[in-house]
Design a protein around this ligand. Structure first.
Ligand SMILES: NC(=O)c1ccc[n+]([C@@H]2O[C@H](COP(=O)([O-])OP(=O)(O)OC[C@H]3O[C@@H](n4cnc5c(N)ncnc54)[C@H](O)[C@@H]3O)[C@@H](O)[C@H]2O)c1
Ligand SMILES: O=C(O)C[C@H](O)C(=O)O
Length: 358
């Protein structure tokens, strides 16, 4: 026989499980469905990371993988729809990060406040037959709104911008931050990691190597001919036939389209993108922690070419992209590719800049 007080204690324990202390949901115009005074107060040392667009095709696996990252102590999941389910689901993972969900436009600032790193996979994806630039009309406005929130709520956070077209959305973000008086070019990083991930995979296939042993620098931008793999600089050092160079360059430049076509209208790369985003975010967090020699490719403000933005290898440190590496020696094929990349990039960058100056 249980006494009344034992029964009450048991009910309290069950209730505590239903409202676990590592989950809280903050919804626009409604009360919390989890507990406010959560474990975050005494959370293990680590970084605070927000994912904006967390309920999307990239956002969901990205949120899951960031919940598994031991460098993350607090994980904020924000979207304009569907965040409660994603947050409840991910919060059941027995990893260290405390998860909080935010839904609705009026919760953006709360989701961003205090963040060290903000990852942005918000916006519409391509369908077959579209270019990334065809997404501009919708995604430009989404990125602008989110960056205005970042400027208000966490102006010193590192921003990893995934939303396409990256070649234009990064300039949009820069202009928003300049207008707000918060722009620090070292903190704004366009995510081109998926191009590197693909290049490593495809080159490893041709060479018969484990992709983890391969490092291919991919420079320029993140669309078609602006994606420029430097196959002459592959590590470990190797050589390719002209046919292999054509095949690899074409496959790396069109890797996104390969996935869009295979998904046949159901979106673009989400799983490989989440993997690439986490690889890049983890590098940013290791840089923030002060680890030496953290180097990845990213689309950043740059003086490597005459263009204001360009992707090359950058060294990530406590203050973001602390060093931008030059292109290194290019062969004739790569020099020709660079000229094509620069022509298209110039137009996409101008388009982003003009959008915010209108
Ligand atoms: N940089 C890259 O390498 C790369 C790779 C793949 C996809 N992408 C791009 O990432 C973006 C997202 O792709 P996806 O497949 O996840 O799309 P998706 O439609 O599945 O998800 C997008 C999410 O963004 C949310 N969203 C829309 N407006 C928002 C706002 N104002 N604030 C917060 N969230 C908002 C949506 O509700 C949705 O949940 C696309 O633009 C896509 O082209 C970039
Ligand atoms: O191709 C796309 O539209 C999505 C993304 O940019 C990709 O490279 O997979």
């Amino acid at each position: 026989m249980h006494t009344t007080s034992e029964a009450n204690q048991r009910i309290a324990r069950i209730a505590a499980h239903l409202h676990p202390p590592n989950f809280q949901m903050i919804e626009g115009n409604s009360s919390n469905i989890g507990r406010m005074d959560c474990r975050a107060k005494g959370a293990a040392p680590g970084f605070k990371v927000a994912i904006i667009g967390a309920a999307g095709g990239i956002g969901q696996p990205l949120s899951m993988l960031m919940k598994m990252n031991p460098l993350v102590s607090v994980l904020h999941l924000y979207d304009v729809v569907n965040t409660p389910g994603v947050t409840a689901d991910i919060s059941h993972m027995d990893t260290g990060a405390v998860v909080r969900g935010f839904v609705g436009k009026d919760k953006l600032d709360e989701a961003l406040t205090g963040m060290d790193l903000v990852i942005v996979p918000a916006g519409v994806p391509r369908k077959p037959g579209m270019t990334r630039d065809d997404l501009f009309n919708i995604n430009a406005g989404i990125v602008k709104t989110i960056c205005e929130g970042i400027a208000r709520s966490c102006p010193r956070a590192i921003v990893n911008l995934i939303s396409n077209p990256v070649n234009s959305t990064v300039p949009i973000a820069a202009e928003v931050f300049k207008k707000a008086g918060t722009y620090d070019p070292k903190l704004l990083l366009g995510v081109t990691m998926l191009d590197v991930v693909r290049a490593n995979t495809f080159v490893a296939e041709v060479l018969g190597l484990d992709p983890r042993e391969v490092d291919v620098p991919v420079v320029g931008g993140h669309a078609g001919v602006t994606i420029l793999p430097l196959l002459s600089q592959v590590k470990p050092p190797c050589s390719f036939t002209p046919e292999e160079i054509n095949h690899l360059t074409d496959r790396i430049q069109n890797g996104g389209t390969e996935v869009v076509e295979a998904k046949a209208g159901a979106g673009s790369a989400t799983l490989s993108m989440a993997y690439a985003a986490v690889k890049f975010a983890d590098a940013c967090l290791r840089g923030l922690r002060g680890d030496a020699g953290v180097i990845e490719c990213s689309f950043v403000q740059s003086q490597v070419t005459e263009l204001p933005f360009f992707a090359t290898k950058v060294r990530l440190g406590r203050s973001g992209a602390e060093e931008i590496f030059p292109l290194g020696p290019l062969n004739e094929y790569e020099r020709a590719g660079l000229e094509k990349a620069k022509t298209e990039l110039a137009t996409s960058i101008d388009k982003g800049v003009s959008f915010t100056r209108k």
